[in-house]
Design a protein around this ligand. Structure first.
Ligand code: KG4
Ligand code: ZN
Length: 345
């Protein structure tokens, strides 16, 4: 099948969101999300078993709602797409089993897709610009990388990645220390709005000349985490909002130094920022400022399409259909740690 208007239904269950998106070609028709985040909050992080059960409970109604929003029937769907990794294995299996059941029953192709590639593919929705070549800054709860996307479904080169914590993980850990709750990213983003980003000069990991030799496009956030903890211990009368704002500034600054640097050095003048941390308001505004100065075209998906969703999975499935790629073989295995070099399973 090669059809640039194909109706594709995408299912995402890699973490705590049960999400279904429906697209027609590059047009987004429905994007429904049921989150179990509140069930995990008291544990300070996602509990895999709870997430898997929540996916099972929510799956049918989320699919039904998406079909109703898109005003289509399940029989109209031309192809199914589902996140096959990376993610929590039990959670992934709920999605892949559901999608396989639908594809078999309706005799339609099924694409197992990579969650990281899908975060970037969502940039293709509701517009007709060329997706690649581009440099991508992919920043989520589990990953932080700078990628050279020559072709999203066949040729992606990793220029650098984190050597310890992911950017979102750093937000979540610092939020816990600051008692701002889980997930930490949105909480710090909000708290930082009333703080001074210049109040504390936190370290920018792997930006010294000697680090750049081996780690030009790599990130490290563990030193920053230690610096924040030390600052809090020796400054009992600190202003929390100043800590939030200064921490956020340090993360965002270093992400952009390296991402803009990669775009300049490769001569690829398009930068896509994707993944949950791309919802950060300071990252969005500073990225625009620096991209404009460097004459780089910046693309960041709308905030609700940065954090995990089904539209991104449908978007990548739709790219695969449009490019005439072969569907996945039924029985493909979900892979909790798959890398971006396997965009389609
Ligand atoms: O992409 P995502 O929804 O799930 C993964 O694939 O990991 O990313 C979740 C991460 C969490 O660490 C969350 O704290 C972070 O994205 N995040 C943010 C913001 N919204 C979500 N980080 C900073 N600022 C935000 N506004
Ligand atoms: Zn994600």
């Amino acid at each position: 099948m090669k059809n640039s208007d194909a109706l594709v239904l995408g299912i995402e269950t890699s973490c705590d969101e049960t999400a279904v998106g429906i697209v027609s070609g590059r047009k987004l028709l429905a994007n429904v999300i049921s989150s179990s985040v509140e069930e995990h909050a008291r544990f300070g992080g996602v509990v895999p078993e709870i997430a898997s059960r929540a996916h099972l409970e929510a799956m049918q109604s989320v699919i039904a709602q998406a079909l109703s929003d898109a005003k289509v029937s399940i029989k109209d769907i031309d192809a199914f797409a589902v996140t096959a990794g990376p993610g929590l294995i039990g959670a992934l299996l709920v999605g892949t089993s559901s999608a396989a059941g639908l594809a078999i029953a309706l005799d339609k192709p099924l694409y197992g897709v990579n969650h990281l590639s899908a975060h970037i593919a969502v940039d293709s929705l509701n517009s007709d610009h060329k997706l690649d070549p581009a440099i991508a800054l992919l920043v989520s709860g589990g990953h932080s990388s700078i990628l050279q996307i020559n072709d999203l479904t066949s040729d992606v080169k990793t220029l650098g990645s984190t050597i310890d914590d992911a950017a979102g993980e750093a937000f979540d850990k610092i939020a816990r220390i600051l008692e701002l709750g889980f997930p930490g990213g949105p909480a710090i983003d909000l708290d930082a709005k009333s703080g001074n980003p210049k109040a504390i000069d936190f370290p920018r990991g792997l930006t010294l000349a000697r680090d750049l030799i081996e780690h030009k496009y790599d990130f490290s956030f563990s030193g920053l985490k230690t610096a924040v903890a030390r600052y809090l211990a020796k400054t009992p009368d600190h202003l929390r909002a100043d800590v939030s704002a200064s921490f956020q500034e340090a993360v965002v600054d270093v992400l952009l130094i390296k991402a803009i640097g990669a775009a300049k050095e490769t001569g690829i003048d398009t930068l896509i920022i994707a993944g949950g941390v791309a919802a950060n308001s300071r990252l969005r505004s500073l990225a625009q400022e620096r991209a404009t100065k460097a004459d780089i075209q910046l693309r960041i998906p709308p905030m609700n399409l940065c954090t995990d969703n089904g539209a991104m999975v449908a978007a990548l499935g739709s790219l695969a259909v449009t490019q005439g790629l072969a569907p996945s073989k039924l029985g493909f295995e979900a892979n909790s740690s798959s890398g971006i070099t396997t965009p389609i399973f």
